[in-house]
Design a protein around this ligand. Structure first.
Ligand SMILES: [Fe+2]
Length: 389
């Protein structure tokens, strides 16, 4: 299942590739079809690049940002779809590095950006941190509001996830820790299962840390739709500008950190953490996207998102949905999204969206296979993982 998507029809090269894949898979390295990096600029038109989940608290990721060319992008636009860094210090450094390299940089906040545990100010809550980050963006010249750039409308959308976004059948028969579980593992692991337990801890820590690392004022809670409504309401303040963009721009690109539709995430049986869909998306976000692009969408409608670290390029009900995550160093090392040479990802140039959908593993999978959420038998790589408990 997790093998390279070979495009070669030559039998011999397929055999060689298959041997190489087996070797790579043994090493834990997943081969993917390559997404091609953007060709050098050949005209004067605007180009728009996208990137999410930079996580520059990892030194490898900060180095990647520092290595981005000054020369190549000085006339380009970059949309940063959240999860830049956990600390304000790394956030400001990252955004200033990006602003030095791109003509326009846009940003929406992700959950990691609003974690408070390493800020050294125990009174700071996540809403105060949000205001601090937005103020830093204003100082750096990073846009967080809708803007019309030469007839191209760029609309950042604030959002947060809610559990009821997940409407697909739960996986039963395995012990999936609850969303808020972080430190206390209450499962009766045997000593021989310690390594598996440790691996699961890493997964769950990454998936569920928001419940502890974000601090919300008492009127807001992570466990219902309050946060999703609060963040969605922030977009109301920009409605006048959104209407102006709708009336004057022929092309509009919206972007958010969180996921607007469950179909933009693999089914639960494919996920190492099957409850992931409960902490990734917002129904309000999709309603807002449709209110901008139209219920039917159009050939020029595009929404960029982040958060799940799965690269994605697909059209659903007339809107093109794209994710281009830098993700964690260990994910890039495994070539989970085909490495990093294709990032940041160019979605718009020569006055239009990229002509072809890019070869992203999961969006390609769902282009060829129907979604079957009623099937709850675990995918082999997931079953192997849980089978040891
Ligand atoms: Fe995120």
């Amino acid at each position: 299942m997790l093998s390279c998507l070979s495009l070669s029809s030559n039998y011999l090269s397929q055999k060689i590739a298959s041997r190489k894949n087996r070797r790579d898979n043994k090493r834990g390295c997943i081969r993917r079809a390559e997404i091609l990096p953007c060709a050098p600029r050949d005209g004067f038109g605007l180009r728009v690049f996208v990137l999410s989940d930079l996580h520059t608290d990892y030194p490898e990721n900060m180095k990647w940002v520092k290595r981005l060319s000054y020369k190549k992008h000085r006339k380009d636009v970059l949309l940063v779809a959240g999860d830049v860094a956990e600390t304000c210090k790394n956030f400001v450094l990252t955004m200033s590095l990006l602003k030095d390299r791109f003509d326009h940089v846009f940003y929406v906040p992700g959950n990691h950006d609003l974690w408070c545990r390493r800020e050294g100010d125990s009174d700071l809550d996540s809403l105060e941190k949000l205001n601090k980050l937005l103020a830093a963006c204003r100082l750096l010249g990073v846009e967080t509001n809708p803007v019309d750039i030469d007839g191209l409308g760029i609309i950042p959308l604030f959002s947060w996830y809610h559990e009821s976004f997940d409407r697909e059948k739960d996986i039963t028969g395995i012990r999936i820790p609850p969303l808020e579980m972080v430190i206390h593992f209450l499962f009766p692991f045997k000593p021989k299962d310690v390594i598996v337990c440790f691996l699961l801890c890493i997964l769950y820590l990454a998936a569920c840390k928001d419940f502890h690392a974000c601090k919300w004022p008492s009127m807001l809670s992570n466990r219902d739709t309050e946060l999703a409504s609060y963040f969605d309401a922030m977009n109301e303040e920009n409605q006048d500008m959104v209407k102006e963009i709708q009336s004057t721009c022929s092309q509009v690109i919206t972007f958010s950190h969180f996921v607007p539709r469950q179909e933009l995430c693999p089914e639960k049986r494919m996920l190492f953490y099957p409850n992931l869909p409960k902490i990734i998306g917002s129904d309000r976000l999709e309603v807002r996207i449709r209110s901008i692009h139209g219920a039917e969408g159009s050939s020029s409608a595009c929404h960029v998102f982040g958060h799940t670290h799965f690269c994605w390029d697909a059209v659903l009900d007339g809107i093109r949905y794209v994710q281009a995550p830098l993700a964690y160093p260990r994910e890039r090392k495994r070539r989970m999204n085909g490495g990093e040479a294709w990032l940041p990802f160019c979605i718009y140039k020569d006055g239009k969206l990229a002509d072809r959908l890019s070869p992203c593993w999961w969006s390609d999978y769902y282009a060829a296979n129907p979604r079957s959420p009623d099937k709850t038998d675990l995918a082999p790589w997931v079953a192997r993982f849980y089978g040891k408990i």
